[in-house]
Write a protein that binds this ligand. Sequence first.
Ligand code: FBP
Length: 315
Amino acid sequence: MTTLAQWLALETPDTALASVIASMASAGADIAATLRMAPITGDTGLAGATNVQGEAQKALDIISNDIVLAHLRDNPKVSLLVSEEMDDAVELSVDAPFIVATDPLDGSSNLDVNVTVGTIFSVLPTLGGPLQKGTAQVAAGYIAYGHATTMVLRIKGRTSGFALDTSGEWIEIIAEAKIPEATGEFAINTARERFWDAATAGYVRESIAGETGPAGKRYNMRWVGSMVADMHRILMRGGIFLYPLDSETVSKGGRLRLLYEANPMAWLAEGAGGRASTGTQSLLSVQPTSIHQRIPVILGSAEEVLRVEAWYAKS
Ligand code: FBP
């Protein structure tokens, strides 16, 4: 049995980086405990505030943000925290080597119905500032709060998985996640069909045509509405996740955020042999221009992402 501390010692000689991951893992364990009690404490309702994107915040969005902030304040190796829940980046320890970007509680519209939500995070070197391409990430991870609390991490090459045991210890459960190259599952919000561009519509049409269609096989659709849950399924058994640019989100640049949703998920997917794209370029090669920037996201099994990219190339 490998614990998180043992995995970190194997994965990196950089004890500062290991401590940042350990802080995020501890924050995740605290958020998991808070979520377990939320139906009793009543913290699942609206907090009455709006975040920087003008969306209503759930009480738990704010609580989770406070938990992450508290853990990172205690860590002298973090210089800056960028969070979905805070308009501006927060300066932490001066001259510390790492920046953390996080969505502390992703998929929070699922809280009222006890469906999996998660924390997503990305770690960047302080030297380049917060607006670095995804390729500059030195670590990334997510924590999925489902019937089990699981965490997926990447520091270097491999993408590994952990589960939180009842004593509060993270135990490695997947040494090296591998997204199968081919898949028969796609995840997209089909209620947005009327807004889709030709490439997205073409890809989905081709897929649902089944065995006798151009894709030559049968597909199933899955959409949790919680990126962490959808991505966890894809990392475990394959599939493709699409939140493309559409006619409604085009003015904002997309739906999902580049720094703390798309980039960490893309880096984890690629560490597991998958592919991540905007449709027209590698997601990890996008140069960010602002901390809350949005981006189209297409990621998962390589063969499927390539099919979507081919649609973009011809449309
Ligand atoms: P938030 O950042 O506002 O939580 O939104 C992100 C998200 O919930 C993703 O987790 C999920 O994939 C997507 O939005 C769901 O969008 P939709 O409302 O179109 O189903």
